[in-house]
Ligand binder design. Structure first.
Ligand SMILES: [Zn+2]
Length: 262
């Protein structure tokens, strides 16, 4: 039994042509998301949250035969406006990783909207307090960042917060240790691959959906089609290499030049 977790970012309405504050590399349209959900439904996939995945790993819960985890990063306002209604319509759930400092800012969800997501059966996890790459912080700053966001979420939502997604996908052993120390039970990263019982809960793999979006390829990955993983790994390999050569700052600058509105 292997579980694929997909990661989405901002979702835009075809009519509005995208919002300037989100990264065009990682955006997808409402139409693209809907056709992906329809394909998953057609192939009898059922969604699981981070908590359900961890329950299965720990032996306290079971998973549906065809399970997929849908995760949404950054707390974009579109997650409430477009994503949640679509998930409800397809009887799917999602895990939403939000950066606490952005909550209530223009373009991001409010506390009230997050509470509605919880009411709708969605899971809310942390995506840091400030979205700074955790690898650029000292170990004690990492713990502080992760404790602060977890406590704010638990207080405001009145729900347990067990999962964190590493901002920008930047993580290492120190970050994993900080997440455990801050009280999390799962750290989701953006290493391409599937998750099994043996996968470290502090290095859970996710496949980030990026432009150009190919619904066929994404569904192929969820279905365990190895060629699609190879393609995604190759794309991520190029991005990793650029990040390593240029460093985080210059990589972000390059992206802004390559993609308008990024
Ligand atoms: Zn992020």
């Amino acid at each position: 039994m292997r579980v694929v977790a997909l990661t989405f970012h901002d979702v835009v309405d075809e009519q509005t042509n995208g919002l300037a504050h989100s990264d065009a590399f990682y955006r997808m349209t409402v139409g693209e998301l809907e056709s992906l959900l329809a394909q998953l439904r057609k192939r009898s996939f059922q969604t699981i949250s981070s908590r359900e995945f961890r329950g299965w790993q720990q032996g306290t819960g079971t998973l549906p035969e065809r399970a997929v985890a849908l995760t949404f990063d950054d707390g974009h306002a579109s997650h409430f406006e477009f994503v949640a209604p679509l998930l409800v319509r397809y009887r799917f759930t999602g895990t939403f990783f939000v950066t606490t400092k952005h909550i209530g800012q223009p373009g991001y969800m409010t506390w009230e909207q997050l509470r509605t997501l919880v009411f709708l059966g969605m899971e809310i996890g942390s995506h840091g307090a400030t979205h700074r790459p955790l690898t650029t912080l000292t170990p004690s700053e990492q713990v502080q960042e992760l404790v602060e966001s977890r406590q704010a979420l638990m207080q405001q939502l009145g729900a347990p917060v067990q999962a964190v997604a590493a901002p920008g996908g930047f993580w290492n052993r120190t970050v994993a240790a900080a997440a455990a120390q801050a009280g999390y039970e799962a750290l989701w990263v953006s290493t391409i691959g599937t998750n099994g019982k043996e996968t470290s809960p502090f290095a859970l793999r996710r496949v980030v959906v990026r432009q150009p979006v190919s619904i066929e390829r994404i569904v192929g990955m969820v279905d365990g089609w190895t060629l699609a993983f190879w393609w995604a790994a190759r794309q991520q390999g190029v991005i990793r290499l650029l990040k390593r050569i240029l460093g985080v700052y210059w990589y972000e600058q390059l992206k802004r030049r390559l993609v308008p509105n990024a």
